[in-house]
Design a protein around this ligand. Structure first.
Ligand SMILES: [Zn+2]
Length: 156
């Protein structure tokens, strides 16, 4: 992994460990957030709305059947919401493809940790890492994409 990506990887991981604010914190920071894989969409929307009500912040939520989205403020135009949903679904597809590439090398990547348009994860069997960024240019880097999985017995 290139040094600058290694640096970002550690930064994102440490930020998360120090402030596990979750999706609501992400919404406040970015202005929008999408639901992680595998959650109950209605429950996720209800939790985000409950947070916002408590903070007296106006938000809008939508779901497209496979994923839910929350936006800061009802003033976000519908066209903008739809455009952001489309971008987010494209990013999710790119992450799925990276995970697929990793699995072909024997890795079992864990859930993605996200910071704006940057994403990191590690193999759950070995110590291989991956760093992926979408903007301004799509970048993906890490042992997970270039080296076969070598499970370490002590990590299990
Ligand atoms: Zn591995």
């Amino acid at each position: 992994m290139r040094p600058e990506h290694d640096q970002r990887f550690h930064r994102i991981a440490n930020d998360y460990l120090e402030r596990p604010g979750g999706d609501y914190a992400e919404l406040l920071r970015r202005g929008y957030v999408s639901s992680p894989d595998g959650v109950d969409l209605e429950q996720w929307r209800a939790e985000i709305r409950a947070h916002a009500r408590k903070d007296k912040i106006r938000i809008a939520t939508r779901a497209d059947g496979t994923r839910a989205f929350a936006f800061r403020g009802p003033q976000t135009p519908e066209a903008e919401q739809l455009a952001e949903m489309t971008r987010e679904l494209g990013r999710a597809e790119q992450l799925r493809q990276l995970a697929h590439t990793a699995r072909e090398l024997g890795h079992q990547p864990g859930p993605w940790l996200r910071h704006d348009t940057e994403n990191i994860t590690v193999c759950t069997l070995c110590t291989a890492r991956i760093y992926a960024r979408f903007d301004p240019d799509p970048i993906s880097d890490g042992e997970v994409l270039s080296e076969p999985c070598q499970p370490t017995p002590t990590s299990l």
